[in-house]
Structure formats: C-alpha cells, structure tokens
Design a protein around this ligand. Structure first.
Ligand SMILES: Cc1cc2nc3c(=O)[nH]c(=O)nc-3n(C[C@H](O)[C@H](O)[C@H](O)COP(=O)(O)O)c2cc1C
Length: 337
C-alpha cells in the first residue's frame, strides 16, 4: 500500500489513479474489462458507436470491424478478447453500456464517433440514459475535400460538439486529432462549445498500398512510445489555459510516459496499444512503476505533480515552441561514416 495519493480528477469525476483504458476492442468484453479494473484501471472508455453504424445498415460495418481486428498483423500473439454483449448495432451498444456500467466498479465512458451533425447525435442522450458516466465524442474527420476551408472544417467540429452538448447533461469529452492551423485556439473553442475535457490526440490510421495485389489497405498499426511527444507538447501548452480536463492518448506504453504526461499537465493517461499487446497485467506494472517513481521522488500526490512542467510553470517556456527547434538541430551530433 503506497502513501502517495494517486487520485486525479477528470471531467469532474474523482478517479483512483490516472490510468484509463482507451477506446479499443478491449472494451467489447466484460470479463476483459473486469480484469483491467482489477489490474488497476480507474475508468474505461468503451469502443465507439460509429455514425455509420447508426445511419446505415450494420452489415458493412460488421465486416469492417471484423476486418480491422484481423488486420493488425503485429497483433499476432497479442491480446484480443472475444466479442461479448458488444455487437455492431446501436441497440446492442446501448445494452453493452448499461451492462458494463452495472458490473464495473469504476466509471464507464461510452464513445460516439462521427464527423457530421445529424440524427445520429441523438444517441448521445440514449447513451446517457443507458447509464454511462460520461461520453467521449470522437470527431474523426479527414479533411479530404479540397474545396472546404479550414474555417469550415473548424465550424463542423464546433457545431457537432454544440449539438451533442445540448442533448446530454453527463460530462462530455471531445477526442480530436492534432491537425489544426491553431491547435490551441481550437482547443479553447471546443471547450467554449461545451467540451468538459479534451482527449489528445486521435491517431489517424494511414492507408497503405499492398504492392502485390495493388490494393489500398487500411491496416491498423499499434503505437510506439515516441508518439506521446505530440500530446505531451500540446498538453503542456494548454494546461491552465483552457477550462477543460486534459486526457493524453497515443503512445502511452511505459510508466515514464505516464509520468511525463502528468508533469506536462494531463489529468489522465489513456492506453490501448500496450494493453492490446500485453493484456491487463501491463496496467498493473505501469501503475506500480508510476507509484514507485512518485515515492522515490517524494511526491505526496499526483495532484501535486500534475502540470508542474507545463509551459506556464516551466522556467523555459520556449522549449515547447520553435526556439528549441533550432537548438535541437544545431546540437544534433553528426555521425561519422
Ligand atoms: C484496434 C484499435 C481500435 C480502436 N478503436 C477505437 C474506437 O472505437 N474509438 C476511438 O475513439 N478510438 C479507438 N482507437 C484509438 C485508441 O483509443 C487510442 O486513442 C489510440 O490507439 C492511441 O492510443 P495508444 O497509443 O495507447 O494505442 C482504437 C485503437 C486501436 C489500436
């Protein structure tokens, strides 16, 4: 039993520690979720209910989901649970939300995933009624229409957040990618539009080309630790500047990733890839590693360290901006061949 107080507040909810299970196939199965909670997860995000699942017939969606789960080749030998009460249709999603929330002892966040305002957003209310502790809205949008301006794209996000905000009273987190001209200003406006928290960042799955079959393949690759540097920077810049909780997602694999993100100002660190690769015991070892570091460095609580190296707190704020770029390039030591 540690003397360090690991609790953190996210979306107004007091959580036992900052480790949260990110939206992924892990959330399809109640036994797996139970194991993750026993391993130490303080909250879970369920896999998304997609706009397409609500708006279209579920057949194609089912095939796409099945395809996705087989396609990450790297996954062989990893941890992929059987589907449980989770299914592809909206009704079974709602049943899953209510079953999971009844059976787990931690807050369960449901996830809606889409990119346009429409009838599907009424599912936010049904998710709330099904008992979700909070809703994560994943605005997964690839701005491929070259006639649409940046301003129009931003309005699309804000209108969607406003529409969902109007329908629910539970906390709302908004998960977005990093590709805005002014990420900080967008974060500010997402909070103004009603987001209680931001989940930074969506990893956009990049299509590949299969050279043998000349096909475009949508295979999902699990992340690496180095990917946490992108949320690290933006969380450090945003900490204390916007009225919203901050969750880090992408590249959280090791205790040190969690510690750095907390120092930058994250309220929670979310994990998918490392848990898919190693299963629930990984969560315990990360929690143990985080706790030991805090003890060794004589922190009394997670709250005490949170944001202590954010841009506003660090003696070297420029380190998060361009000025450090020149220095890091100049000081790069050239290899001798
Ligand atoms: C197989 C797989 C399925 C995922 N499904 C969802 C999803 O349904 N909704 C969502 O918002 N994010 C989904 N994600 C993204 C994760 O929640 C997470 O944001 C991303 O993988 C980065 O975190 P990581 O580096 O810990 O994997 C999925 C990721 C993977 C690998």
């Amino acid at each position: 039993m540690t003397s360090v107080n690991l609790t953190t507040t996210y979306l107004g909810m007091k959580l036992a520690n900052p480790l949260v299970v990110s939206a992924s196939p892990l959330g399809r199965n109640i036994d797996t979720l139970q194991q993750l909670v026993e391993a130490g997860a303080s909250a879970v995000v369920l896999p998304s209910l997609f706009e397409e699942q609500i708006e279209h017939d579920s057949y194609e969606v089912h095939s796409a989901l099945e395809y996705g789960s087989e396609s990450y080749a790297e996954h062989a030998g990893g941890f992929l649970p059987e589907m449980d009460s989770y299914n592809t249709g909206p009704d079974s999603y709602l049943e899953h939300v209510s079953r999971v929330q009844n059976e787990l002892s931690v807050p369960v966040m449901a996830s809606l995933n889409g990119d346009s305002k429409g009838g599907w957003t009424s599912y936010a209310r049904m998710i709330q009624d099904a008992g979700a502790a909070a809703l994560e809205l994943n605005v997964y949008f690839v701005a491929a229409n070259i006639d649409e301006t940046g301003q129009e794209v931003e309005s699309r996000y804000l209108e969607l957040v406003e529409a969902v905000r109007e329908t629910i009273s539970i906390p709302l987190a908004v998960k977005v990618g990093p590709y805005f001209s002014s990420m900080g200003n967008m974060a500010l406006r997402l909070a103004d539009a009603g987001a209680d928290g931001l989940v930074l960042f969506n990893r956009f799955y990049q299509p590949d080309i299969d050279l043998e079959n000349l096909e475009v393949t949508p295979n999902v690759q699990l992340s690496r630790s180095s990917e946490m540097r992108l949320p690290l920077r933006w969380i450090a810049i945003l900490k204390g500047r916007i009225d919203a909780s901050l969750a880090a997602t992408s590249g959280v694999h090791e205790p040190r990733d969690v510690l750095k993100l907390l120092l930058a100002g994250a309220d929670v660190a979310m994990m998918a890839s490392t848990l898919l690769r190693h299963g629930p015991p990984r969560l315990t070892s990360i929690l143990t590693g985080v706790t030991e570091w805090l003890e060794e460095h004589e922190y009394e609580s997670v709250e005490q360290m949170k944001g202590s190296m954010s841009q506003a707190s660090t003696p070297d704020p420029a380190a998060f901006e361009r000025s450090n770029y020149m220095e890091s390039l100049i000081t790069y030591s050239t290899p001798h061949f």
